[in-house]
Design a protein around this ligand. Sequence first.
Ligand SMILES: Nc1ncnc2c1ncn2[C@@H]1O[C@H](COP(=O)(O)OP(=O)(O)OP(=O)(O)O)[C@@H](O)[C@H]1O
Length: 258
Amino acid sequence: MPASGPAIAFERVAKVYADGTAAVDDVSLTVAPGSLVALVGASGSGKSTLLKTINRLVVPSAGRVTLDGVDVADGPPPALRRRIGYVFQEVGLFPHLSVAENVGLPLRVAGRRDDDRVAAMLDLVDLPAALATRLPAELSGGQRQRVGVARALVTGPRLLLMDEPFGALDPVTREALMESVARLHRTLALTTVMVTHDMAEALLAADRVLVMERGRVVADETPAALLAGAGGERAAALVAVPRAQAERLATLARRGGA
Ligand SMILES: Nc1ncnc2c1ncn2[C@@H]1O[C@H](COP(=O)(O)OP(=O)(O)OP(=O)(O)O)[C@@H](O)[C@H]1O
């Protein structure tokens, strides 16, 4: 079993955008190596901004972020980003490159070429080898996201960041992808931080859920604790939605079986 990925520490991190929007407000917390953390909260609460301070797509206005004790601001951003997998909703595949070329691009940028590694990555994300020569436009949305995950992990990062990557997909595809990612998280011993709008997904996949509101982390609990009522009013309101749905479905199933 390989050693787990890096610990992340946010130390009094704040972000005020140029137009004066305070997106993140004095966040301090640590993420243990090997954990799968979900960031949830209303639209505009600062989830993406906080996530992007980890790979320096956003530079904090105050405070700092460290990985294994080293400030992410030390050293050039490309070197940092090679150590961090990043998957986001738009995927960002190059339309004129094949699936294999897209997955291999981070290796090429780093001066490497490794066709076996690319093939192994496709296999790891459950994409048939026959798709390797296709263009992104010749794939389904779910397959494109799998290519995005393969590309994010091809350089062997220990840290995976996901920004609502499966939001545009149907629920069945979304669930299958989330299962794949949870499996990769375990087998590759990653530390994973994911932004999601889907509280059920957060509760089922994560081992820790951070609830954001107006730039602050207002609850920080395990899924079990959240379901048991920890985390206060805001967390309870978010948990109420999947809970009510589960209860209605259970009632329907009982009636159907009667
Ligand atoms: N580049 C930017 N310039 C100015 N304001 C921004 C920028 N990016 C985000 N914001 C603002 O910062 C706040 C937090 O945005 P952020 O995208 O971090 O929230 P979020 O919780 O991820 O939202 P969503 O769930 O809708 O993606 C919002 O008010 C948003 O409009």
